[in-house]
Design a protein around this ligand. Sequence first.
Ligand code: AGP
Length: 607
Amino acid sequence: MCGIVGYVGGQQAAPLLLEGLTRLEHRGYDSAGVAVLAASGIKVAKQAGRVRAIDLPKRFAGKVGIGHTRWATHGPANDVNAHPHRSADGKVAVVHNGIIDNAAALRAELSDLGIDLVSDTDTEVLAHLVALSEAASLEDKVRSALARIEGTYGVAVLHEDFPDRIVVARNGSPLIIGVGEKEMHVASDLAALVRYTTTVAHLEDGQLATVTAAGFTTSSTTDRTATRLANQITELDIDPATYDAGEHESFMYKEILEQPAAAERMLRGRLDERFGTAHLGGLDLDARESRGVKRVKILGCGSAYYVGQMGAALIEELARVPADAEAASEFRYRNPIIEPDTLYLAVSQSGETIDTLLAVQEIRRKGGRVVGLVNVVGSAIARECDGGIYLHAGPEVAVASTKALTNMFLGFALLALHLGRVRDLSVADGRRLIAGLQRLPAQLEEVLKQEDAIAEVAALLSEAESLFFIGRVRGFPVAREGAQKFKEISYRHAEAYPTSELKHGPLALISPEVPTVAIVPADELTDRNVAALHEIDARLGPLVVITHADVDLGEVRATRIDVPANEPELDPILLTIPLQLLAYHAALRLGHDIDKPRNLAKSVTVE
Ligand code: AGP
């Protein structure tokens, strides 16, 4: 969603800010802008549309500046509502991520004071409140403005009277400070920083930081006397090139191809063949505590929720512990019962998804134990959890999640193995699973080799206005994820159904115009699945079947895509890969922007 960048140092800020903003484009936005502190005061250039469309006026020079990509929440996407917002006297400029819940009341109050609010946004009030503060320092002015605000924020503030600094503060929206050589960067996402520096410090909720060319200091957003120690500065082990699509025409395609290598990274050092178990250092659960887990509850949103359903099945099958997945976005609104012997798992690529983060906080508030399956190291969810399993997928830039999802599945497999082996899973079964996991990267590669054939199928599917994705038991979350991927980037109506439910309604919609993508692994349900295919075929519904080579589809007319078989528990992830390629090639054929699908953001950081 919205993105923030900032720069203070010896170089011209504007080009660096614009470059940083382009690195945040994948997160989704509808308008963008930058502000610099020029000799004559603050200059702002902002407009609706793409970053590259921002028309910088002449003499836009300044070595301190802030920038923003906006995702409209209060007021439409237009030039005026784009950030940065300025105070009435023009001395203050503010960019803000998050939502100010009491914006309407504050806007009314400011109007009563005779201030002319020019935009429809919640953010503008912050600029006025900073300007109205009579405090002596910029830090105190920002503190007094934030004290009036209810809601969430990541905020960066420029003030003409304090030309050497940017003041940033955080409550619920990520902010990272990048440490350079006599220059400092600020961003809401590492992607905007890694070209310039890999030395970073994450701001915590409730912290305010003063950032100058010489360095930064942090303090509290509420208590000016409670100056904290400087935040831990970390050296990231990231190759900046991983944030480039390279020779690939989209990040999604690059990330699909990276899956075998990402899977290998995920498994490296975690498989114990001798004892048939998995080592998960960050889990922080000893054998006794692991045995004490009576139930597993998985929380995530979108694809993270669907892979959570795959994970719940894995845990139930291997560890025989009741497990289920729920949309984190619904969970906390139903005043959930938090049980002391339930292990809660929060699943998130970004580690920023607000619904998942708030669910984690709700569980911890009630004394529950949460383990994170998170890709972004040091992200809000990772830091909020009691322990974690990092996904090691590498940066995932495309909105449509692929390699992170695959590694989430592997994370569940490792956890299921661990929980199973402290219970009744035999060492032989543990070893069987380990051998299956070791085969997976090569099998992922094998599926990817079928790309050309899958692209041909995608071309046919892209012509349909509406499609079904069906599967049973292990195959149903695969179907859900397939439909999700397809609709996200092809904009076609794709609906997932349990195959067993077809007769209870959707069969009425089957026709030559409505294709069905069916997940039919070789397992104990194959016959039932094939029977359902006959019913679709009899109604002339076109069929694409993702299956295994030894599955006999009989007389059914279908285009089949065979994936290699692994252990049945691990098959779901191999069945998922062709669905990624189907979605990708359908969207490509339809001419869509693969990495920036309409209306969607990479990380959903507002409710
Ligand atoms: C995946 O393709 C989607 N873009 C989306 O459903 C995503 O999985 C969801 O928003 C959760 O994101 P997270 O993993 O960063 O928490």
